[in-house]
Design a protein around this ligand. Structure first.
Ligand code: SF4
Length: 316
């Protein structure tokens, strides 16, 4: 069915989805893709779903269902559907609801796609890597697609569009999360100037079983570097009563950057009160110091101490 939902979207509210491309036609073959491996890797645009079929399903759904937003998406890249610009116009005619489009940003050089995207309310665009090696590793694009073109297209779109550009960066452990990758992404984000930057990781079964997520602590730390919000759901990490947290783990974390107790609580899956008790004990012992920034209390290593020099377990 070309129309599904509405489904409760974390980002958009009650979203009626319009699927413009069947599985699995895409210009990329991302290792983390929750749809599975791309079976037709292409940049060719075609009427992968007939406009008449989309229109009939959309008219019926809008007559029967309420929603907050209409989201154009696909089991692949939706803008590869040749009729994408007409679908945007059709939705505008049929509904006053905002239009969102999920795209992998690879078709921005196509003038009619660019024009259509610049007319919608929300473009949720992906950009996972800027360095060519990392881009190839994570996104496995069709020939001829370069990350530089994606960045330039997104920057042009941001200047032209009437709605909002939300950039999603999905990080896969060991593939696009190196320091140089994050630095390149930060520069690209500054160049593009999106309204929001959202950081995600592998949270659903991926196309490749070896594509693994970053843990929540790493995500929070990188989100701060990229001035992004984390949209990956917080993992629920239950701890057996009395299980020890390695002091080394906490001190190593704080050696990289100061952090508030709530961040550590999320990172280690421990109740905030228990984390605070441990941190206060480390402060009393002279291993950590507190500092206040923007009204929040952060914990950091005492300058003369180094992470990794302690091994006693912290009980929480
Ligand atoms: S661009 Fe989207 S649909 Fe295509 S492979 Fe990547 S995650 Fe899957």
């Amino acid at each position: 069915m070309p129309v599904f939902g509405p489904v409760r979207s974390r980002r958009l509210g009650l979203s009626l989805g319009v699927d413009l491309v069947p599985p699995k036609i895409c210009s990329m073959d991302c290792v983390y893709c929750e749809v599975g491996r791309t079976t037709r890797l292409t940049t060719e645009r075609a009427e992968y779903r007939p406009l008449a079929e989309i229109e009939a399903a959309l008219r019926q759904a809008l007559a029967e269902k309420a929603c907050d937003v209409i989201t154009l998406t696909g089991s692949g890249e939706p803008t590869l559907n040749l009729r994408f610009p007409e679908v945007v116009r059709l939705v505008r005619q049929l509904s006053v609801k905002p239009i969102a489009v999920l795209t992998n940003s690879t078709t921005l050089a196509v003038p009619e796609v660019f024009e259509a995207l610049s007319e919608v309310d929300y473009v949720l665009a992906s950009l996972d890597a800027v360095r060519p090696e990392a881009f190839r590793r994570v996104n496995r694009p069709a020939p001829g697609i370069s990350p530089g073109d994606l960045v330039d297209g997104l920057a042009r779109l941001r200047r032209k569009m009437r709605g909002e550009l939300w950039l999603e960066i999905l990080l896969v452990k060991g593939l696009n999360d190196a320091e140089e990758d994050i630095r390149a992404l930060r520069e690209a984000v500054a160049h593009i100037g999106p309204h929001r930057v959202q950081l995600n990781t592998v949270v659903r079964p991926p196309a490749e079983s070896w594509a693994t997520p970053l843990d929540h602590g790493e995500m929070l730390a990188l989100a701060r570097e990229l001035e992004a919000e984390v949209i990956a759901p917080s993992p629920v990490r239950s701890q057996a009563p009395g299980k020890a947290l390695s002091e080394e783990e906490v001190l190593a974390y704080l050696a990289r950057r100061p952090a508030p107790a709530e961040e550590l609580s999320l990172a280690f899956g421990v109740a905030p009160e228990e984390v605070i008790r441990s941190l206060e004990r480390l402060v009393e012992e002279g291993r950590l110091q507190q500092t206040t920034f923007e009204g929040r209390t952060f914990y950091r290593l005492k300058e003369e101490r180094e992470a990794g020099s302690h091994s006693r377990a912290i009980r929480t």
